[in-house]
Design a protein around this ligand. Structure first.
Ligand code: 0RA
Length: 645
C-alpha cells in the first residue's frame, strides 16, 4: 500500500520526510570526509566496515553466527549475515519500511533496539545510509518471516521499491554495494587490509565465523573463527616471541558499568604490545579502561611479590617494569561510550576505570595464585626490567651532561641545510658513506640536509632502551632530528618536516630501511603520525640511447622505456640498460635527478593502516625468529605496497 503510493511521488510530490532524506544523503555526498574520514583508500575500506558493523551488532545481540564478506570482480562488495534480517514492516510514524529508514536516515542504526552494545554509533558509526549515499548502487536482500525481500538504491536514491522476491528459509541480511567512482579516488579493495580487520573482529567476537572471499584474479577464501577469542589473539600477536609461561591469563566478566574481557601473556622480548578495544573499536589513544588496567597490573603484581616475599627489602616495580615483554588485549563493551581525543579513539567514561581496575585486580591475582611458576617468571622479568631502566637512566643523565658540555652540538657527519624554517627543510638519511658523499654534492643545500648512516643500525625491536641509546648511528639521528624520543618526544622541536629514508634498491637496503622504520615506529611514533617520514625510491634502471635518457623505477617502466626507444624483447636496437645495484653507482647529478629533486623524485609517505598490523609486521621482520626474516623480500614487498603515496 504505502509502496504504491510512493511510486507515484515524483518531483514536487515529495513529502517533507523524503526531502529531509534527500538533503541528508546529499550532505554526505558533498562532504564525504566528514562521515567516513576520507575519500582515499581508507575511506573506501571504511564502507565495508560500516556494513559489517551492523552484522556484528546483530551477532553481539546473540542473533547471528556468521558474516560473509565477498569482494567481487568489479570491486563491488557483498556483506551477508544470518541475523534476524533488517525489519521490512512499515514504520508507524515514518510510513516507510524499516529497511528503507536504515538505508536513508543518518544515524538510524540504533533506533530499533537500545538494549545492546553497538559498534555502529561508535567511532565513525554513521550507519549504512552513508554507505548507500556513497555507492553507485546498493542492493539489500532480506530473508525474514518466510519471505525474501529486495530493494535497490542508486547514489542513495531509491531505484526499486521494496519488493517480495519469493519464499525463503531462515533469516538474514545481504547488502551489496559498489563504491561510487565520483566520490573515491581509488576503488581497489586490499585483501590484506580487509583480512586484518575481519580477523580482528573474529578474535574480538568469540565464536563468530567471519568469511572473506576475494573473487578477483583467482579465488581466495579465508575463514576466521576463534573459540578462544582474545586469548587466541594474544597468542597470534605474540607470534615468534618466546613465551615466559604457557597459559594465557584470560578472564571475561560482566559489571554494571561494562563487560570486561582481558587476555595477557609475557614473553622474553622487551617490547610492550597492549591494545585496547571498546565495542570492537581499537582505542589507539587509550582512555579510562587503559588507565584502570595499568593501575591494577602494577598494584596486583607488586602485592603478589610482597605477599610471597619475592622482593628484597625495599624493592618495588613501576608500571613500565611490569609491562615489559607483555602482550595484552583488553576488550570492553560499554552501553554509551564517550569517545574523546584527536582521533576519537580515547574512552572518556570515567566509571569504566574503576570497573576495569577492580576486575583486573581480582582476576589477575587469582591467576598469579593459581600459577605460581608463571608468577615467579613474570616478577623476575619485571625486576630485570627495573634494573635495566635504572641503568638507562644513569646513562641518559651522563649523556645529557656530556651534551650540555658540548653545547648540544649536531653530529659531525651531518651536512645540515642553511634554511632554518623546519617546515621547508628535509633530512635525507642515506645508506653508506659513498652514497652520502654523492648526496651531499648533489643536494640543494638550502633546504636539504644529509646524514649518512654507516652499516646496519641496531635492531631496536630486539634491544632495550639502554642499548638503543648507546648506538652511535641512532644517537646521531636523534640529535639531528631534534625531537627527542619516547616520553620526551616533542614534535615542535623537529628540525625537519620531511625525513627521507634513502637506501639501496637491494635486500640490504630493504633491511636497513626496515630497521630505520622500526626505530621511528618504536621510539618516534608521532613523527610518523605527523606525516614527516618518507621513503625515497631510487630508480632500478637507467635506459638510454644516444642522448635520450630515462630512469625506470619498476620492471614495467623499464620495458616501456625500452619500447619507446625502439627496442623490443631480444632485439634492443642500441638501447642500453643499466641496472643500479646501489645508490653509490649514481653520480651526484643523477642522484639529484632521480631521487632528490622534488620535481622528479618518487617518494612515499609512511603511514600505517592499523597499529596492530604494523606492530605485527615489525615483529615478523625484526623479531627473534629467523624464518620470517628469510622471507624478508616477500614481506617487504607487501609492506611497501601498504604505504600510501
Ligand atoms: C534492528 C532490528 C532487527 C534487526 C536489525 C536491526 C538488523 C540490522 C542489520 C544490518 C545488517 N544485518 C542486520 N541484521 C539485523 C530485528 C528485530 C526483530 O526481529 O525483532
Amino acid at each position: 500500500m504505502a509502496n504504491k503510493k510512493q511510486e507515484k511521488q515524483k518531483g514536487s510530490d515529495y513529502t517533507a520526510g523524503q526531502i529531509q532524506v534527500l538533503k541528508g544523503l546529499e550532505a554526505v555526498r558533498k562532504r564525504p570526509g566528514m562521515y567516513i574520514g576520507s575519500t582515499s583508500a581508507r575511506g573506501l575500506h571504511h564502507l565495508v566496515y560500516e556494513v559489517v558493523d551492523n552484522s556484528i551488532d546483530e551477532a553481539m545481540a546473540g542473533h547471528c553466527s556468521q558474516v560473509t564478506v565477498a569482494v567481487h570482480d568489479d570491486n563491488s562488495v557483498t556483506v551477508a549475515d544470518d541475523g534476524r534480517g533488517i525489519p521490512v514492516d512499515i514504520h508507524p510514524t515514518e510510513k516507510v519500511p524499516g529497511v528503507e529508514l536504515a538505508m536513508t536516515t543518518l544515524h538510524a542504526g540504533g533506533k530499533f533496539d537500545k538494549s545492546t552494545y553497538k559498534v555502529s554509533g561508535g567511532l565513525h558509526g554513521v550507519g549504512v545510509s552513508v554507505v548507500n549515499a556513497l555507492s553507485e548502487y546498493l542492493e539489500v536482500e532480506i530473508r525474514r518471516g518466510g519471505s525474501e525481500y529486495r530493494q535497490r538504491y542508486e547514489r542513495g536514491i531509491k531505484a526499486i521499491e521494496l519488493e517480495t522476491v519469493g519464499k525463503a528459509k531462515g533469516s538474514g541480511t545481504s547488502v551489496t554495494f559498489k563504491p561510487d567512482h565520483e566520490i573515491f579516488d581509488d576503488l581497489e579493495y586490499s585483501f590484506e587490509v580487509l583480512s586484518d580487520r575481519l580477523r580482528e573482529l573474529a578474535f574480538l567476537n568469540k565464536g563468530l565465523r567471519i568469511i572473506l572471499e576475494d573473487e578477483r584474479n583467482g579465488k581466495v577464501r579465508e575463514e576466521y573463527r576463534y573459540e578462544g577469542g582474545i586469548a587466541e589473539y594474544v597468542e597470534f600477536l605474540r607470534g615468534g616471541r618466546t613465551a615466559l609461561h604457557d597459559n594465557v591469563c584470560y578472564f571475561d566478566t560482566s559489571k554494571p558499568e561494562a563487560e570486561i574481557e582481558l587476555a595477557l601473556q609475557y614473553d622474553q622480548g622487551f617490547g610492550e604490545h597492549t591494545h585496547t578495544f571498546v565495542n570492537n573499536i581499537n582505542t589507539h589513544e587509550g582512555g579510562m579502561h587503559l588507565t584502570g588496567l595499568k593501575a591494577a597490573m602494577t598494584r596486583t603484581i607488586n602485592d603478589y611479590a610482597r605477599r610471597n616475599k619475592i622482593f628484597k627489602k625495599d624493592e618495588s616495580l613501576s608500571g613500565e617494569d611490569v609491562r615489559e615483554g607483555l602482550t595484552c588485549i583488553l576488550s570492553v563493551r560499554v552501553m554509551e561510550p564517550q569517545f574523546e581525543g584527536q582521533t576519537k579513539t580515547k574512552l572518556g567514561n570515567s566509571e569504566v576505570r574503576g570497573a576495569v581496575e577492580a576486575a583486573v585486580n581480582e582476576h589477575l591475582s587469582i591467576f598469579l595464585d593459581e600459577n605460581p611458576k608463571a608468577a615467579k617468571v613474570i616478577i623476575e622479568k619485571s625486576l630485570s626490567a627495573s634494573r635495566a631502566r635504572e641503568a638507562a637512566r644513569k646513562a641518559r643523565d651522563l649523556a645529557r651532561k656530556k651534551s650540555a658540555l658540548e653545547g648540544g652540538v649536531l653530529p659531525g657527519k651531518l651536512a645540515d641545510c642553511s634554511i632554518s624554517d623546519p617546515s621547508m627543510c628535509e633530512l635525507y638519511l642515506v645508506e653508506g658513506d659513498s652514497a652520502g658523499g654523492s648526496a651531499k654534492q648533489g643536494r640543494d643545500r638550502g633546504y636539504q640536509a644529509i646524514l649518512p648512516l654507516r652499516g646496519k643500525i641496531l635492531n631496536v625491536q630486539r634491544a632495550r632502551i639502554d642499548r638503543t641509546l648507546s648506538n652511535e648511528e641512532i644517537r646521531a639521528m636523534i640529535t639531528a632530528i631534534g625531537t627527542g624520543i619516547r616520553d620526551e618526544f616533542d614534535i615542535e622541536k623537529a628540525r625537519y618536516h620531511k625525513i627521507l629514508v634513502m637506501t639501496d634498491a637491494d635486500v640490504d637496503g630493504a633491511h636497513i630501511r626496515t630497521l630505520l622504520l622500526t626505530f621511528f615506529f618504536k621510539e618516534m611514533r608521532q613523527l610518523i603520525d605527523a606525516g614527516y617520514v618518507y621513503i625515497a625510491q631510487p630508480p632500478l634502471y637507467r635506459v638510454h640511447k644516444g642522448k635520450q635518457d630515462f630512469y625506470a623505477y619498476s620492471e614495467r617502466e623499464r620495458e616501456e622505456y625500452v619500447k619507446r626507444l625502439g627496442g623490443n624483447g631480444g632485439d634492443t636496437k642500441g638501447v642500453r640498460i643499466q641496472r643500479y645495484k646501489g645508490l653509490g653507482e649514481m653520480n651526484p647529478d643523477q642522484l639529484w635527478k632521480t631521487t632528490m629533486d622534488p620535481e622528479t623524485r618518487t617518494i612515499h609517505q609512511v603511514q600505517f593502516d592499523s597499529e596492530i598490523s604494523a606492530d605485527r609486521l615489525f615483529e615478523e621482520l625484526m623479531g627473534e625468529e629467523v624464518e620470517p626474516r628469510r622471507k624478508f623480500i616477500e614481506k617487504n614487498a607487501k609492506y611497501v605496497k601498504n604505504l600510501d603515496v
